[in-house]
Write a protein that binds this ligand. Sequence first.
Ligand SMILES: Cc1cc2nc3c(=O)[nH]c(=O)nc-3n(C[C@H](O)[C@H](O)[C@H](O)COP(=O)(O)OP(=O)(O)OC[C@H]3O[C@@H](n4cnc5c(N)ncnc54)[C@H](O)[C@@H]3O)c2cc1C
Length: 655
Amino acid sequence: MSASPVKPTAQADAPPTAKPHVTEREARQVAEAAREQGWRKPSFAKELFLGRFRLDLIHPHPLPPSEDARRGEEFLARLRDFCETKIDAARIEREARIPDEVINGLKELGALGMKIDTKYGGLGLTQVYYNKALALVGSANPALGALLSAHQSIGVPQPLKIFGTQEQKDEFLPRCARTDISAFLLTEPDVGSDPARLATSAVPDGDDYILDGVKLWTTNGVVADLLVVMARVPKSEGHKGGITAFVVETASEGVTVEHRNAFMGLRGLENGVTRLHQVRVPAANRIGPEGAGLKISLTTLNTGRLSLPAMCVGAGKWCLKIAREWSGVREQWGRPVALHEAVGSKISFIAATTFALEAVLDLSSQMADENRNDIRIEAALAKLYGSEMAWLMADELVQIRGGRGFETAESLAARGERAVPAEQMLRDLRINRIFEGSTEIMHLLIAREAVDAHLTVAGDLIDPDKSLSDKARAGANAGVFYARWLPKLVTGAGQLPNSYSEFKHEVDLSPHLRYVERSARKLARSTFYAMSRWQGRMETKQGFLGRIVDIGAELFAMSAACVRAELLRTQGSNGREAYQLADVFCRQARVRVEELFGRLWNNTDDVDRVVVKGVLTGTYTWLEEGVVDLSGEGPWIADATPGPTTQENVHRPIR
Ligand SMILES: Cc1cc2nc3c(=O)[nH]c(=O)nc-3n(C[C@H](O)[C@H](O)[C@H](O)COP(=O)(O)OP(=O)(O)OC[C@H]3O[C@@H](n4cnc5c(N)ncnc54)[C@H](O)[C@@H]3O)c2cc1C
């Protein structure tokens, strides 16, 4: 079933390039079509956005079966030993490359197949233990974490697990479990957050497809053996067409890795530009039906998105360790810097936030393993919140370290100090706010789910394409829904002084849960009010929607932190301290939530829009005077015209 090459012929050289012109409306339609529409299982976060605090969906905290935990812990112990003895993180940073022997060592450990079923030669770990493993490897070197995660969370194994045929699983999963590294190729020079512009084509030819296009920023692409490629099949007789996912052998004729990219962080990343020129791929390698590509990648990300916050949890733990060790010994102005309030508050923020991030991650992962709840919003919130908070924690660590925070580990070591790579941590974490759905896109994606109930009942009312009779029907439906729903937003358990009393111990977390309950209703009321005020323009109110989502993320994190603290208390493991951390986290989160609620209506969104217009029309160019810009005159976006390569192939499979 492997992809067999087609010999490039003269006339086959450059297929016509037509850069698709995509309007905002079309882009939204493509995103909407890729959305999973149904809600077959309950969702804690969806309910939260509707003003219903369903603590029963997450409490008592779900737990893994003991056999899963035993196997997971056993693997973690071996992985930890490997990380401590076989990974030279300084060398990876210095050489901007992960040594082949490290990757081969991980292959031998079975780390390529952590999430692959044992019947295909994988380790069959649960989501919980897969994430713990990523946090561990990522703490040794984040580029290694990214390699394993890109291979397993978005590369070939995960979409095949959900959508693959039995033949595809039999052929590819054993390879992915042990030897073959995979990559996921969606992005193109002209396609970032907007897949509607996707230009790589897959033209049917008998039992095959012929792929042409250029893919950018392919994590693992430089060393990958297998690729998931997203390409557009043209509509034709017998072909529904649309964006479609294919498994492609990197060794196929016509696949060229033209460049290895370098970044501000993740220096060990094997990330490239891959050109596909007349690459023949058998139809048997198509994942799912034609046109299902984006849905497949979004569904894959439902749980795949948890790997990124997993590495953010690892980052938080590491920041906490360094902050503790350093700020206790570094004395300035007569005392350890930790005891100066301005530094202490940063340490408290790192400790409390790390506790909450781990709570969010473990809860979401355990729910994913149980498969009882729909966790797509929780995973998206975990990605958004984890990447933003980890960045803040690393930034605070750099500050706590003072000048040493800005100095490289290599330089520190060269002058005889401990080689703490705090600045590297900051650089390595930065990309998490951009890839696998940037923060701005995550805001839109989660907001879309948050307002879904409203759009379902009242969407036709604000859709300009709907007829008057459709609108009348929608009006009647909406009337029934809101007559039942709105009164429920007025009162709730959050107003009763004794509710959630099982969380009242030496430290009392029940006021925080009452706050979450009240705030969820306030959040829903605010969303409803905004929907009625802005109606069809609501989707353009990104500032407002972003704040709604950020409040939801804080409320979810508060809930997870309290539930985790109670779990640890009942297990007798650091319960008192966990309660303390959950309490401090909730207090910090409540300050942020109050600010966000305030900014829903008191903000600079309108005047910002005026300034943006001025910036784009050149009104303020005088402000740019007095500096030089040495960026040069090159194009903003590289040419991605399909055709034969003119570059050397830098593909470097690791054996
Ligand atoms: C190190 C690295 C590894 C990567 N790995 C992979 C990989 O393995 N596979 C892969 O396919 N891709 C990969 N990517 C691509 C990554 O997913 C994209 O960078 C990301 O999707 C954003 O696209 P973009 O960079 O083109 O930004 P753009 O889409 O050009 O966006 C620019 C800015 O505008 C914002 N923006 C865009 N649209 C909207 C909107 N509608 N509303 C509000 N704001 C908006 C964005 O958030 C961003 O701030 C990687 C990128 C990097 C840098």
